[in-house]
Design a protein around this ligand. Sequence first.
Ligand code: MTE
Ligand code: HPA
Ligand code: MOS
Length: 787
Amino acid sequence: MGAHTPRSKTEITGGAHVARQHDSAHKHVTGSADYIDDMPEPAGTLHAYLGLTDRAHARITALDLDAVRAAEGVVAVLTGADVPGVNDISPTGRDDEPVLATDTVLFHGQPVFAVIAETRDLARRAAKRAVISYEDLPHITDVRAAMEANYPLVTDPLKLERGDIAAGLSAAPRRLQGEMRIGGQDHFYLEGHIAMAIPGEDDEVTVWSSTQHPSEVQHMVAHALGTVSNAVTVQIRRMGGGFGGKETQANQFAAIAAIAAKKLNRAVKIRPDRDDDMIITGKRHDFVVDYDVGFDDSGKIHALDATFAARCGFSSDLSGAVTDRALFHADNCYYFEDVRLTSKPMMTNTVSNTAFRGFGGPQGMLGGERVIEEVAYALGRDPLEIRKANFYGGPGRDLTPYHQTVEDNIIERVVDELETCSDYQARRAEIIDFNENSPVIRRGIALTPVKFGISFTATWFNQAGALVHVYQDGSIHLNHGGTEMGQGLNTKVAQVLADEFQVDLDTIRITATTTGKVPNTSATAASSGTDLNGMAVANAAQQIKTRLVAFAAEKFNIPEDQVEFEPNHVRVGNELMPFGDFIKLAYQERVQLSAAGFYKTPDIHWDRAAGKGRPFYYFAYGAAVSEVSIDTLTGEYQVDRVDVLHDTGRSLNPALDIGQIEGAFVQGMGWLTTEELWWDDKGRLRTHAPSTYKIPLASDRPKIFNVKLADWAENREPTVRRSKAVGEPPFMLPISVLEALGMAVASIADYKVSPRLDAPATPERVLMAVERLKAMADEQPAENSES
Ligand code: MTE
Ligand code: HPA
Ligand code: MOS
């Protein structure tokens, strides 16, 4: 090529690493984004409503549905006996989760039958008319009670072990034990569960489902219908939030809609109301953590033995993987010389708990951070010093309890930068001063780090597919196996595709996820949506580009390296052709302009039985400083200021990443402060509406909220454009809020007693902790329960 070769001057709009708003932002705020309930209903659509049990554990002795059948508008009533295939939607194939309960009910609110009627309102009214007789059986809802009663585990426990825990504990100069209780959380997605099934010919059915996992819904619908996967197509354009609550929980609604649709040969839609959605579907697992830690006067932790027991509910669902991930995160950023971590996935007579942002990781990490706090208060030191003393380091201090070496550690740099830019030390000193002279209002500050493992721990889930079409006019159709739930996955993946072809982002049309275009997908979960699908899309684009380059080289008789994709143009030797013109030409020359892409994460493996492997491709890091003030007379508090520094590698889209961090922070703060789930002695969930379950309001957000990306960071692994996953890791940053509340409480006893604030730290719990410390401070110089 000559030196005078013309160059296209402009850059594309919306390539990789640029801040762009969510592709549907304007539709979200104007109400023109279509969710399933906004879709036009096919003529004759029927509506389903679920009939729920009002017993926590009982044998059904008689099921009288005559009055339901006789009710106005009712077309059919389905029970477990009407499931034509297998009455099971267990995602792990354990056969422990019926679509509709038959002989025995295992939790208060379990669906027993479904009413299908001309309208949703008529179906809902009719459902109330069932007469069910029971023989009650003993029930257990609490995790500790389940352990004491030797209630079964819902799945095999995991043990991670390294070193000699008994020797390590007994040799440590100091030692203490304790218990932490960590609450669950409702997902509170804005759009609740919904499915619409449209029957087709023969055994075919199409299901629109608000799901993070269309392939699993497809599989479950086929299983329940007694047919095969190729009869079932599952589609989803977007969810109004999932947060893990639609990884498996959509199966039941989709199965019922599909069974009814095939039985009646009419379209059937099901949409539970908010209360029923909260009662019927699983939540974040609450945990009881028992710990025994050996340490020395410098604050170094020598040995940690901890058990993580979880309230799994009546069935296994994803509880095995959730409790595994809890163990994988109990170390957070810290090296423990001798360590043993054990999970106890306890069965309880409650709704079956499920995935929720962080997937057990937050509960594991919080248990580990409690241990840090205990050591700090026992030694009368700032917990930040204890953290730094225990950070993973180089060889000899870089092995996790699951025997993966931490190779990409940047936590020290993240923490140092945040400590400086947030002015942590000066503010902490000022707060301690303030507290000395403030009888009622007390303040606290805490800096906590996060290290979160990226990859599904079930190695085979780490794969993705994509389908890309370039049409004759140069416009591009983008499809991939991921689902959009507000996180901006589609925008990021489209940016990757725009960058590959060097075309403006608006050249690309994002289309609904469907099992018919990309098969055998994994759930959009584990924060891996962009990592996996972005790479699959890049792979599809590269296949098409390879064909285009070969075609142009031959056609114009030039070397392949003289064909280049430039902004909205393709350079062919000395000629710069508009992208659309080039594509038209390629079409006329019969170049295939469509490709299916694929990606699988390299280098990961996990041997669960041995407790060893490399389950995570890499780690995402971050840290937060939170400052709070509490009223020691009422327990009320506010979050005054939060500073975050978070690592997203080379961010694909800093605007979306910051949005994810802010959203995750506020959601995590809700989990740790105001969101409390409460079951009564009958096993009834009494917090099943926003009137009794308090998610954060706009007014609860930190008064000052500074969120920064570590702009120097880059993934050391060759991920999509060296970016890192962002969906879940920042959910754990608000552990700093809980710990700052703890410090404010601890000021009552001169920071010498561990506040042991359990989560959620509701105002009542803060007040109780204040009272406990006041009583101890009045008695004598306090001691922790050190042995
Ligand atoms: N952000 C929004 N707005 N809505 C959601 O439902 N889910 C979270 C996170 N961020 C969620 C969200 C969860 S639980 C996960 S695993 C990731 O997004 C999934 O999407 P990703 O893998 O594309 O990040
Ligand atoms: N994270 C999220 N969802 C999952 C996982 C995981 O590790 N494994 C199975 N589903
Ligand atoms: Mo997220 S809990 O992995 O859906």
